[in-house]
Design a protein around this ligand. Structure first.
Ligand SMILES: [Fe+2]
Length: 438
């Protein structure tokens, strides 16, 4: 990256500020009694997230990078995500909303002072401002988690945003991704996380992938065809979960066949048939794909479809190129509070014609979350390594709730296959027959 130290400082300060504004918007939207309440056992009280982002910033920027005294060492245990499961967090002696705000602001003041003196060289934690980038991504990832908490809360709607853009082009069917090698993983991305590295060449046989994520209308057809009652479409684990959890439609759908509506952030509206389906678990995605005579893409297939440029053979940062995402490219950054209809982002399409790979909905892949060959934990094992091999599945591409700073075509998210409070959808793939690839 060829930016000057001053430019990097400015970029970091702007991104820190942007992350904090979003944290504030999500926490100031409700009153204090709602901040300390647990809206779902799946999620933390919002006030926990608020102090936790401050605590991570203190650990990495104030103490580790700045070499300074602790602001509140006594909080480390309380806000350590590994010590306390989400369902336990409301019972902890957490900071009050006012205390949490004051604490996070105090940490931020010190972090900005550390930034003003930082030299971005030598220590790998400081090269290209990595530690700052990690903390910024962390806060924005919690902003998405907090948005998911808002989706689970009941009561008067607290968030508002403009509707997503309308479809500009028709998008349907599938695109062929020819077989052959491509470069997978982050090469030059300065703030890429340890699990995206190292990059390597992967040979992917030819396959077809949907030109767009599966829509609500397509998913409703699976339900109307009795998909939830037909064991043939489900894996054994998926079927066991479908029965145990009594699944019969995506989370937040209301009504019944022919008259579906869905609840988004406290507002119920008729289901938008042309928007990607969201709030489905891995098992539901897998069952739909099997019903449709297809399968989920592997993680390598998804990344090749999103990054590989057939003209140059190189891997792009995003489907449309190396340029950072704008409102023209993708539905990111909580600009809208739902996925956009298929065809709304022609400027964000890949060279092969796959649309909306970035933004709208996280896309389940068939791949378990494992280390890339040559993986090295950085800067700590708990970032990724402890999750490898845990039967969690990889999701790709980011959602409308994901910020651009925590989203790129090499970015890997992971979650348990039963999770669906996240903004998760999917698209299907299939092998290419020899006669289809010539
Ligand atoms: Fe965290």
């Amino acid at each position: 990256m060829t930016v000057t130290t001053d430019q990097l400082r400015e970029d970091v300060a702007r991104e820190l500020d942007r992350a904090r504004r979003r944290t504030r918007a999500l926490t100031d939207a409700v009153d204090d009694s709602e901040l300390v309440r647990q809206h779902s056992p799946l999620m933390s009280p919002l006030v926990w997230d608020l102090a936790h982002v401050g605590n991570q910033e203190e650990l990495w920027l104030v103490r580790e990078v700045g070499g300074r005294e602790a602001v509140r060492r006594d909080l480390d245990e309380l806000y350590d995500a590994f010590r306390h499961a989400r369902r336990e967090r409301p019972g902890l002696p957490l900071l009050s909303p006012d205390e949490a705000r004051r604490y996070s602001t105090g940490v931020r003041d010190q972090a900005l002072d550390v930034l003003s003196r930082a030299r971005f060289e030598g220590d790998p934690l400081l090269a290209d401002g990595f530690a700052f980038g990690m903390v910024i991504q962390h806060e924005q990832q919690h902003a998405e988690t907090m948005l998911a908490t808002h989706q689970l809360r009941s009561g008067v709607p607290a968030l508002a945003a403009g509707p997503p853009p309308a479809a500009l082009v028709p998008v349907a069917g599938e695109v062929l991704v020819p077989g052959g090698p491509f470069s997978m993983g982050a090469e030059v991305e300065p703030w890429a996380l340890d699990n995206e590295r190292p990059s390597r060449v992967v040979d992917v046989p030819g396959f077809f992938i949907d030109a767009a994520p599966v829509t609500n209308a397509q998913y409703a057809a699976f339900i109307a065809d009795g998909g939830y009652g037909d064991e043939r479409w489900w894996s054994p684990e998926g079927w066991a979960h479908r029965q145990a959890a009594d699944l019969s439609a995506p989370m937040h759908w209301r009504g019944a066949e022919g008259g579906w509506s869905c609840v988004q952030f406290g507002r119920e509206a008729p289901l938008a048939g042309d928007q990607p389906v969201v709030h489905v678990c891995f098992y539901e995605a897998e069952a739909y794909a099997t019903w449709a005579g297809r399968r989920l893409p592997t993680e390598a297939e998804w990344e090749k479809a999103a990054r590989w440029d057939p003209l140059t053979g190189r891997s792009r940062r995003y489907p449309w190129g190396d340029e950072a995402p704008t409102a023209r490219h993708a539905n990111l950054g909580q600009r809208h509070l739902s996925p956009a209809p298929v065809g709304a982002y022609p400027a964000g399409a890949s060279p092969l014609g796959a649309h909306q790979l970035i933004g709208d909905v996280w896309e389940w892949t068939s791949s378990p979350f494992v280390a890339y060959p040559g993986f090295a934990p950085f800067p700590y094992r708990e970032y990724s390594e402890v999750f490898f091999g845990s039967r969690q599945k990889v999701l790709r591409g980011g959602s409308f709730g994901t910020d651009a700073v925590a989203c790129r075509a090499s970015f890997r998210n992971w979650d348990h296959p039963i999770r669906r409070q996240i903004f998760s959808g999917f698209r299907c793939a299939r092998d290419a027959r020899p006669d289809e690839v010539r």
